[in-house]
Design a protein around this ligand. Structure first.
Ligand SMILES: [Zn+2]
Length: 407
């Protein structure tokens, strides 16, 4: 069985741990998460790793620690968006796992100790915060988010405990940077660049900065038949101008993308003028200055456009993540591995957030992107080929065998 073959077979099995419906929906602390952990634990043990579920719900598999060697953390997130794909996150767990199994089967030892981690949560689809697992390892976990609730009022704390995670341990999970050789993540590209270049893999130079706002617009409900058009305070009309303002700004600003992804209308009735809208705005840029300038412009723009509909509004910046650069040393190691495997090394930037955003706070990080079909991700049709999985696994194997440990 080739590495690619094993990775595809495991991915298929992992994707079965999903809520019903199209694609894969596996949220933090769900029964599907718990069922996946049982499979992963079995596969990790088969690859010679000892396993532990830590207090943040991360499943950690460790190679037998060799004294005097530093530890390279490898991993990605187990969780998905709602109706996402089978490879976003999971590939970064299963691909290195297949490599570690191969190395174990051949009785090889690596120049570094390995911790392979299935992070509990990166997407944040269930609770309002993301990077739960990786922030715990980086020592930046905010304990307040344990009280965050999902749509049904379940807290993050009780979701983690339902997995068997002892959340009291979270403060002890921070890794000692002096003992680390870095963090490496394999991830599908989630974009079309590698496909356009006809390359199976690419080296990531940096991960985007992200900010998210919650906006509430207050209008005035009224009878949709009797209130004259010019006397209306229609919150939904104001919201459509917000959607347009975000799009206009991003279309006209280099290195900036953004979206209004969530919209809730009150009272949401066929014959009532909308009295309120809650919406989210997300902005992303690789350059902090660009994003911060865009935020100021956007807020000024919203003031004007919402006032034009005689509505009031308020906003909260609910999430902000600075961009991070990947370690030049790790980028070079991945370049060398790609060259050694006979591929053209190519460097690209990540427009999506990843666990490396949190991990970079206390260790050097690196990422390898794998080509995905049609550049598609966060979608049930998300796909990679077995040949690309195999190519990426060979690159990772070569990189691990030759990992240079920083002094
Ligand atoms: Zn991901």
């Amino acid at each position: 069985m080739s590495l690619g073959n094993r990775i595809m077979a495991w991915s298929e099995q992992a994707a079965r741990h999903s809520e019903p419906g199209p694609g894969v929906t596996r949220l933090l602390g769900s029964p599907e998460h718990k069922a996946l952990l049982a499979d992963l634990e079995g596969w990790m043990k088969q690859a010679g790793l000892t396993t532990e579920l830590d207090g943040a719900g991360n499943l950690v598999g460790r190679t037998e620690p060799k004294p005097g060697r530093k530890t390279l953390i490898i991993g990605s997130h187990q969780d998905t968006v709602r109706q996402g794909g089978a490879y976003d996150g999971m590939l970064g767990i299963l691909l290195p796992l297949a490599v570690l199994q191969d190395i174990h089967d051949q009785n090889e030892t690596l120049p570094v100790n390995i911790e392979l981690i299935a992070f509990s949560d990166e997407e944040g689809a269930r609770f309002s915060s993301t990077l739960v697992g990786s922030s715990a390892l980086a020592g930046t976990f905010n304990p307040d988010i344990l009280n965050a609730t999902d749509r049904d009022g379940t807290t993050l704390q009780s979701a983690l405990r339902s997995l068997g995670a002892n959340t009291d341990q979270i403060p002890t999970l921070k890794r000692d940077p002096t003992q680390l050789a870095g963090f490496l993540e394999v991830h599908i590209e989630q974009g079309p660049i590698l496909e356009s270049l006809d390359l199976p893999v690419g080296v990531v130079s940096a991960i985007t900065g992200i900010e998210r706002h919650k906006v509430h617009i207050t209008g005035k409900a009224g009878h949709a038949g009797t209130t004259p058009m010019h006397l209306r305070q229609d919150a939904l009309l104001a919201a459509t101008d917000v959607v347009r303002a975000v799009n206009d700004l991003c279309q006209n600003t280099e290195d900036l993308v953004g979206v209004v992804g969530e919209l809730n209308v009150t009272p949401n009735a066929v014959n009532v003028i909308p009295s309120g809208v809650d919406l989210t705005i997300e902005l992303r840029s690789p350059v902090t200055r660009v994003r911060e300038t865009a935020r100021q412009q956007l807020l000024a723009l919203l003031n004007d456009r919402i006032a034009a509909h005689a509505c009031q509004w308020k906003h909260d910046l609910v999430y902000e993540q600075q961009e991070v650069d990947c370690s030049p040393v790790i980028q070079q190691q991945l370049h060398s591995a790609i060259t050694a495997c006979g591929w053209q090394p190519h460097t690209l930037f990540s427009g999506a957030g990843h666990d490396g955003l949190a991990m970079a706070r206390s260790m050097p990080i690196g990422m390898l992107f794998v080509r995905c079909t049609d550049g598609l991700s966060h979608h049930p049709d998300e796909a990679i080929t077995e040949a690309d999985a195999n190519a990426a696994a060979q690159v990772i194997k070569h990189a691990l065998q030759n990992w240079e440990v920083p002094a």
